[in-house]
Design a protein around this ligand. Structure first.
Ligand code: IDP
Ligand code: MG
Length: 140
């Protein structure tokens, strides 16, 4: 498999509980390299645009409020098959369905406050990375 880059967010529920390092440890132990990272307070406009694909879903408004309820850590992860690998490390959206040893199984509070975001395709990864990072901020 090829070396890929994927986009990751450590969500407000996790930054609030001081889990940034514990989550990053999962990525690094699985062979993903953090090639860009910054802690930011997302604006409402940024969160709305980022989750625009879910605009018609009943949870959209609450999701946007949650994502701006505290700081997040946005990241670029690089490695062999990084997009799929990160989805595996994260686990299922609902922590109740997530496999043992995944980030969401071990850390998520609920289906909404589920600790991490990860791109679902290589195409979306490129779009999401460009939304938060300049090329010069990514150092492989
Ligand atoms: P994903 O993060 O596993 O890719 P998506 O279906 O893309 O899951 O949903 C985006 C985010 O929206 C989820 O990570 C979660 O925070 C939130 N979310 C998804 N489904 C629900 C729901 O049924 N209720 C509340 N929040 C949800
Ligand atoms: Mg998704």
């Amino acid at each position: 498999m090829a070396i890929e880059r994927t986009f990751s967010i450590i969500k407000p529920d996790a930054t609030k509980r001081n889990l940034t390092g514990a989550i990053n440890d999962r990525f690094e132990k699985a062979g993903l390299r953090i090639v860009a990272q910054k802690r930011i307070q997302m604006t409402e406009a940024q969160a709305k645009k980022f989750y625009e694909v879910h605009a018609a879903r009943p949870f959209y408004g609450e999701l946007v409020s949650f994502m701006i309820s505290g700081p997040v850590v946005v990241q670029v992860l690089e490695g062999e098959g990084a997009v799929l690998k990160n989805r595996e490390i994260m686990g299922a959206t609902n922590p109740a369905d997530a496999a043992d040893g995944t980030i969401r199984k071990d850390f998520a509070e609920s289906i909404e406050a589920n600790s991490v975001h990860g791109s679902d395709s290589l195409e979306n990864a490129a779009i999401e990375i460009a939304y938060f990072f300049a090329g010069s901020e990514i150092v492989g």
